[in-house]
Design a protein around this ligand. Structure first.
Ligand code: GLU
Length: 466
């Protein structure tokens, strides 16, 4: 295959907000397509009409764009075909008809209750539950009687017994399934809507998808999908099933164990480049530990480097990449991201951004520093209060004198205070920081003091002088 013909896809069901697990699947597909100068396709799998909403579909597209995972084919790229499965019923009808003509499928009139009972009996006999084949060989007249009773049949795909279905998984290697373990399966529900396996496989084939990277929970769907496509003589993509992401409790990452939606991450100020750098390394190993652009991540992406074992979500790592992404932002980008212009004068933009950029991870921390430096009222943290009390009134008298004498030149102030107070190191720096900022940690005081200004600094020192 020529490298230019690679086409990958992301096929989400718009039944909820996208979270990190979904996005990693999209990312791996986008990276693989980019590596091969191919196309990354987006298809909206909205066949579950009750749970799918257009709002979720719109949101997931917005999320993908925010992350820089634009698609070359999909909603908005052409009007020739639709990428919404809910609008592709005619396409599926065509292939149902073809399968009917080939007698590869049959209508099944079994009720959910009958099927449940049959499964129960099979289990109690120590057999794996498979469709018992009750409707597999009904005559035309038997079918007509059931239809006349108004029973809406499902459509089942007929599977030959004792067949071995094999394929090489792009991640997991050789796979083998027995057709006896699968049993005849439903490809169209009684309400006429297509089963997931069916339209997912048909669309991959018709849309020219060559490589499918998806969650390992879909591994057992693959033999069914291969059988459908073989029966229709449609091309079969290569499938790769990527490992799950587990939360801190070893359960699959979900809202319950702390996974945030992409929207929530955005609202909290996580940067898309940091999120992407983190996710690309979650279940895929890179030898390069540096921050990489999307292009660089793609160049170093390799199917061989995808892990088979589950990956563990680690917020510390996400923070690490957030910091790396922040480090690369321009002053203007950071200023926009911080959104503190209602507190910090624009004339001090450069000084403010320079002072705090290395000390923050989220905009809310920038806001906190803006308030500390530019608002009158100062909240003293309990730890800072302890340090202030330990330093005592005399220390702050000396500090005030030094501040006035040096006109808030921090280096000179420290030098004078060292002499007059007799303190040095932590004993000198900590109470000074605590009184001026209310915190025991934070940006370099040499950068903080000019932003605070001499008047505000004076007021804050005077507070602690008896
Ligand atoms: N709509 C399916 C899902 O969201 C797609 C599965 C696949 O990638 O094949 O799970």
């Amino acid at each position: 295959m020529s490298t230019t013909s690679v086409k990958t896809r992301f096929a989400p069901s718009p039944t909820g907000f996208m979270h990190l697990g979904n996005v990693r699947t999209a990312l791996f597909n986008a990276l693989y397509a980019h590596l091969h100068s191919g196309h990354f396709l987006l298809r909206i799998e909205d066949t579950d009409l009750e749970r799918s909403t257009d709002a979720y579909a719109q949101q997931l597209m917005q999320d993908l764009r925010w992350l820089g995972l634009d698609w070359q084919e999909g909603p908005g790229t052409t009007t020739e075909i639709t990428y919404y499965q809910s609008q592709r019923s005619d396409v599926y009808a065509h292939y149902y008809a073809q399968l009917e003509q080939q007698q590869a499928v049959y209508p099944c009139f079994c009720s959910p209750q009958e099927l449940a009972l049959s499964r129960k009996l099979q289990r109690s006999a120590g057999q794996p539950p498979r469709y018992a084949g009750t409707c597999a060989h009904l005559s035309e007249s038997e079918r007509a009687v059931k239809l006349a009773k108004g029973i809406q049949p499902t459509l089942r795909f007929r599977i030959e017994r004792d067949q071995s279905i094999e394929f090489i998984d792009l991640v997991r290697g050789q796979q083998q399934f027995s057709s006896n373990d699968i049993g005849d399966f439903i490809i169209r529900r009684a309400d006429g809507t297509p089963a997931f396996f069916f339209c997912n496989a048909i669309d991959d084939a018709l849309m020219g998808v060559t490589h499918v990277l998806r969650g390992e929970d879909h591994l057992t769907n693959t033999p069914r999908q291969q059988l459908i496509l073989q029966a229709l003589q449609l091309p079969i993509p290569q499938y790769g099933h990527i490992s799950m992401i587990l939360g801190h409790d070893n359960a699959p990452l979900s809202k319950r164990n702390g996974s945030l939606s992409i929207q929530e991450l955005k609202q909290q100020g996580w940067l898309p480049e940091g999120v992407i750098n983190y996710l690309a390394r979650l279940g895929h190993s890179y030898t390069d530990d540096n921050y990489l652009s999307f292009k660089e991540l793609a160049q170093q992406f390799s199917l061989e480097r995808l892990g088979k074992a589950p990956a563990h979500f680690d917020e510390q790592q996400l923070k690490h990449w957030q910091q790396a992404a922040l480090h690369r932002c321009s002053e203007e980008e950071l200023w926009q991201w911080m959104a503190v212009e209602h507190i910090v004068p624009v004339s001090l933009k450069t000084d403010f951004v320079t002072a705090i950029r290395a000390n923050i991870l989220y905009p809310k921390e920038a806001l906190q520093w803006a308030a500390i430096l530019f608002q009158e009222q100062l909240i003293i943290e309990p730890n800072a209060q302890i340090v202030i009390d330990q330093a005592g009134s005399d220390f702050f008298s000396h500090a005030l004198t030094a501040l006035e004498d040096t006109q808030a030149d921090y280096a000179a102030l420290v030098k004078q205070l060292k002499q007059t107070s007799g303190k040095k190191g932590k004993e000198l720096f900590m109470p000074l920081r605590a009184a001026l900022t209310g915190q025991t940690h934070g940006p370099e005081m040499a950068n903080v003091l000019p932003l605070l200004g001499i008047d505000k600094a004076k007021q804050r020192l005077i507070c602690w002088i008896n």
